[in-house]
Design a binder for this molecule. Structure first.
Ligand code: ADP
Ligand code: MG
Length: 158
């Protein structure tokens, strides 16, 4: 699958990158967001939410499986950290988050066999306290090109 890798030097740069992706998405689209604790997954989702007009505070859905934020369109933020797989009942609980919303999934591994196919997969990695490597894989090259075209502050590799 085609992919791009950029480095961000601040949370704001990660949010801006997420915003460029988010504005090209449509309701029903699913974006997987991977990376260890503190890598910037929630920061990325926050940037996407802001770009989609969400004004609510965006935090990790630690004590619930997900949040749904009112935006244009709505944005769902799901966290599967505590799951190993998804039973039919658990998927039933999740399904409303996917209706008429763009969906970001942190710790998506447990959903590998259950979630709808993703439009993009974002992988964040620590490089230093303020730098992150952000890899975005997506089947559509046009979506990836939109991410790297604009910001000269972002370097892009392969
Ligand atoms: P996760 O959801 O992956 O556990 P968070 O987004 O909650 O991670 O936390 C990432 C932390 O790293 C935040 O405190 C954020 O301010 C900080 N940070 C520093 N540099 C960056 C960067 N370049 N991109 C994203 N977050 C960064
Ligand atoms: Mg998080």
């Amino acid at each position: 699958m085609p992919g791009i890798e950029v480095e961000t030097g601040s949370p704001e740069e990660t949010e801006a990158l997420a915003g460029r992706l988010a504005t090209r998405l449509a309701p029903g689209d699913v974006v997987l967001v991977s990376g260890e604790l503190g890598a910037g997954k929630t920061t990325f989702v926050r940037g996407a939410c802001r770009a989609l007009g969400v004004t609510a505070r965006v935090t990790s859905p630690t004590f619930t499986i997900g949040h749904r934020y009112a935006g244009s369109p709505d944005v769902s933020h799901i966290d599967l950290y505590r799951f190993r797989g998804l039973s039919a009942a658990e998927w039933g609980d999740l399904e409303p988050y996917f209706e008429a919303a763009i969906v970001f999934v942190e710790w998506p591994e447990a959903g590998a066999e259950t979630l709808p196919p993703e439009r993009a997969h974002v992988r964040l990695e620590h490089l230093s306290p303020d730098r992150r490597a952000v890899r975005v894989d997506a089947a559509e090259r046009a979506l990836l090109q939109a991410l790297t075209g604009a910001d000269p502050g972002l370097r892009h590799g392969d």
